[in-house]
Design a protein around this ligand. Structure first.
Ligand code: SF4
Length: 301
C-alpha cells in the first residue's frame, strides 16, 4: 500500500473505533506512514493490515447489533484456534466470575499482531460491551500505543489474563487466574506475536511467574515461553516480553506516566530492531524521541 492509502484507511478505522467506543470523534495527528517496503515482489511481512481481515470481534449478544465490519478470511490455522478460544470463553463457566459477568471479553485486534497487549481483567465498560480496554483506561492505552506507532486497528491484539469482570473491579483471585490462563495461552499459541506487552502486575506475574513490584519488573526484556501443553508438540520459541504499568494505574497516579513512556520507548527500540516495516513507519517518531533517549539514538536517521 502507498502511504496515502494507509492514511486514508487509518482515518476510517480510527473513526469507526471512536464510533464503536462512545460515538465521540477524537483528534489525532496524522501518523507518518511510508509506502510499503517490497521484498522481491512479496508483500511486506505477514501482518494483516486491514480491519476486516484482522479483527477478532466478540460475538454480539442475542438480539443485539451485528459487528459493523464482519470478520474476513484469515488462514484457518490462525482463525480456527482463535475462534475456538473465543467461543470457549463465551460459554465458559469454569470459575465464579461466570455468575456475575454480563459478557465475557475474549479480546480483539489484528491477526497476527506485532504486539500482543495483555491486561488484567475486564472492567465495567468492557463487561457491558464485550470489548477489551474501552472506557478511560482503554482511551489512554490507545494513546500510549499511538505514541509509538501502534494501534489495535493496525498492528496490535489486546486481551486480558482473566476474561470476565471481577465484581467491583477487585483483583482476580489466584483460582480465577488459574482457571482462565489457559485461554490466554491458547490465544498466544495462535497469534504468535512478535512481542508481548504485559500491562500491569497481574499480567506480568501470570505470564512470567515472577512476584515482583512493577518498579522492579519494568525496564527488562524477558523471554516468555508457552507452556509445553500449548506449544502443539513443537519446541516452544521464546517471545520477548516487556512489562509496564496498567493504564488504570496511570489514571490513578499521573506520576507514573513518565516511566510508562520510558517503557514504551524501550518497546519501540526493540520493535524497530525486529521489524523493518515498523521501523520505517515509525522512523519520524524515532527521530523525534532519539535526542532524549539513548536507546533510540542509534536508530535515528
Ligand atoms: S473468568 Fe475465565 S475461567 Fe472464569 S468463567 Fe470467565 S472465561 Fe471462564
Amino acid at each position: 500500500m502507498t502511504a496515502a492509502e494507509k492514511q486514508t484507511l487509518a482515518a476510517f478505522l480510527d473513526t469507526a473505533s471512536d464510533y464503536l467506543r462512545d460515538c465521540r470523534a477524537r483528534d489525532r495527528p496524522p501518523f507518518p506512514f511510508t509506502d510499503d517496503l517490497m521484498r522481491g515482489g512479496a508483500p511486506p511481512l505477514g501482518r494483516t493490515p486491514l480491519l476486516r481481515k484482522g479483527m477478532l470481534r466478540p460475538t454480539p449478544p442475542s438480539g443485539g447489533e451485528p459487528p459493523a465490519t464482519p470478520p474476513g478470511p484469515l488462514p484457518p490455522e490462525v482463525t480456527g484456534p482463535l475462534h475456538d478460544a473465543a467461543a470457549a470463553v463465551e460459554g465458559c463457566r469454569a470459575c465464579g466470575l461466570a455468575r456475575t459477568r454480563t459478557r465475557s471479553v475474549p479480546g480483539e485486534g489484528i491477526v497476527p499482531p506485532l504486539v500482543l497487549v495483555v491486561g488484567e481483567a475486564p472492567g465495567a465498560e468492557e463487561d457491558a460491551s464485550g470489548r477489551p480496554f474501552v472506557g478511560p483506561a482503554g482511551c489512554l492505552l490507545d494513546d500510549m500505543l499511538a505514541a509509538i506507532g501502534l494501534s489495535r486497528l493496525r498492528n496490535c491484539f489486546i486481551a486480558n489474563v482473566v476474561k470476565c469482570r471481577p465484581p467491583n473491579n477487585r483483583l482476580p483471585t489466584q483460582d480465577e487466574t488459574a482457571a482462565c490462563l489457559p485461554f490466554l495461552c491458547r490465544q498466544i499459541a495462535a497469534l504468535r506475536p512478535r512481542v508481548i506487552l504485559a500491562a500491569g502486575r497481574v499480567a506480568a506475574h501470570n505470564l512470567l511467574g515472577i512476584e515482583e513490584t512493577m518498579g522492579r519488573l519494568r525496564g527488562t526484556l524477558y523471554p516468555y515461553r508457552l507452556p509445553p501443553a500449548f506449544a502443539g508438540g513443537a519446541p516452544s520459541t521464546e517471545i520477548p516480553l516487556i512489562a509496564t504499568y496498567h493504564p488504570s494505574a496511570l489514571l490513578r497516579d499521573p506520576g507514573l506516566k513518565r516511566p510508562a513512556f520510558d517503557d514504551l520507548k524501550f518497546l519501540m527500540a526493540h520493535l524497530a530492531s525486529l521489524d523493518p516495516v515498523y521501523r520505517a513507519e515509525a522512523q519520524p517518531l524515532i527521530n523525534k524521541y532519539a535526542a532524549k533517549d539513548s536507546r533510540l539514538a542509534p536508530l535515528a536517521e
